[in-house]
Design a protein around this ligand. Structure first.
Ligand code: F6P
Length: 406
């Protein structure tokens, strides 16, 4: 019999699909053990409010019977189908100010918790980890982010749903792109990592996928190679193209670009025209190519959480409760080789900090990963010049094909 009576749960950092499914799983598993679960609103901001007496801790209790829509749905079950987080979240970085930190620690004390489950990304878990050390909290972390770049776990909550969103957007764009023989450039999220662009792009049939791990900058060579790839497709009769670019891909001089997709769409149109005008006839089919850019934006952070994300949320929620029951604190749940396990938060946060100090992503796409190999094998341009056929050779190979054959 464990001695736990009361645990807290909070969501921190940018939201993503599946957070509510984790909350549901934690509450269900904890309630079955007879524990109370206190839902902390707006992460550390909520703790400050508790310290200032603006929230009564007893009103923050989450139970499986706490939400009722009479006659339709009862309890927390409906939550797993809703994006966002019923607790609210906070994306403002480390509180820094010692007075604020003292308030946060005071609020936590007031809640009288035996342990805390924090659902966050690399940055937000780092902040909560720091506060937990200062306050002596018994912490369990659960990784979430559509970027999927938390180290030590193959999957984070929200990633699979975001992949599905990118995949659906590409599907929807295919038909309008094909109707006008256009090049559609889709900018997807992924501040430092290309997992979302890579997975969503492959699933959605992209012809070009640019991720920061393989193509850190949009230099002239990269743009020319993309034009070359699209020209080859067109010579083969496929007149439209789908280009996915992760927001983390930088401009030519290595600096971040606002609206990198717009920039790329213009660069593709301009470079194709120039290549044709300078006498390279392989590009003359492209000299008038129409490009359009769209930013998928925060829609990727919403949508109905996929079954896969809900399963991961359920598995992580249960594991977090089990870790607390076993008294194994300072751990983060991870997905590894088809199983849920846990890792020492000291190792996770040491990696996060050392990567951030060096300005590198803590959980990047491995450049020799299966999905990179899959993309290359499918003939998707991901930045490797060796995989590109010469459009001039293809021009001789393939007779001119009618406008709409794809
Ligand atoms: O880290 C997740 C993420 O969605 C990134 O992909 C994106 O750059 C960022 O959050 C956007 O954050 P905000 O909601 O602050 O615009």
């Amino acid at each position: 019999m464990d001695t736990i009576q009361r645990i807290g749960i909070l969501t921190s950092g940018g939201d993503c699909p599946g957070l509510n499914a984790v909350i549901r799983a934690v509450v269900k598993c904890a309630n079955r053990r007879g524990w109370d679960v206190i839902g902390i609103p707006y992460s550390t901001d909520g703790l400050i409010q508790v310290a200032e007496g603006k929230y009564d801790p007893e009103h923050l209790r989450l139970t499986d019977h706490g939400y009722e829509i009479p006659g339709i749905l009862q309890g927390l079950d409906v939550l797993q189908f809703l994006s966002g987080t019923i607790l609210g979240s906070l994306n403002k970085g480390h509180p820094g100010d010692p007075e604020k930190i003292a308030k946060i620690l005071e609020g936590y004390q007031k809640l009288n918790l035996d342990a805390l489950i924090a659902i966050g990304g690399d940055g937000s878990l780092d902040i909560i980890y720091d506060l937990a050390h200062r306050g002596g909290w018994n912490l369990i972390g659960i990784p979430k982010t559509i970027d999927n770049d938390v180290p030590f776990t193959e999957r984070s909550i929200g990633f699979n749903t975001a992949v599905q969103t990118v995949n659906s957007a590409l599907y929807d764009l295919t038909f309008t792109a094909a109707s006008h023989d256009r090049v559609m450039v889709v900018e997807v999220m992924g501040r430092d990592a290309g997992h979302l662009a890579l997975h969503g792009g492959i699933a959605g049939g992209a012809d070009v996928i640019l991720i920061p791990e393989l193509v850190p900058e949009l230099n002239p060579l990269v743009v020319t190679q993309i034009c070359q790839h699209i020209a080859t497709l067109r010579q083969r009769g496929r007149k439209f193209a789908l280009v996915v670019v992760a927001e983390g891909v930088h401009g030519e001089d290595g600096t971040p670009l606002h609206l990198v997709g717009e920039h790329l769409a213009t660069a593709i149109a301009d470079r194709s025209r120039t290549l044709c005008q300078t006498g390279d006839t392989a590009y003359c089919d492209m000299d008038q190519v129409e490009t359009r850019a769209m930013v998928l934006g925060h829609i990727q952070r919403s949508g109905i959480p996929t079954a896969s994300d809900r399963l991961l949320a359920s598995a992580f929620g249960r594991k977090a409760v089990d870790l607390i029951a076993e008294g194994r604190y300072n751990r983060m749940t991870v997905w590894e080789a088809g199983r849920v396990r846990s890792k020492d938060m000291d190792d996770v946060i040491a990696t996060v900090r050392s990567c951030h100090q060096r300005g590198v992503c803590p959980g990047p796409v491995e450049t020799d990963s299966t999905m990179v190999k899959v993309a290359r094998s499918l003939g998707i341009y991901v930045g490797d010049p060796n995989t590109l056929p010469d459009p001039k050779a293809v021009m001789q190979e393939v007779p001119a094909i009618a406008h709409s054959s794809y």
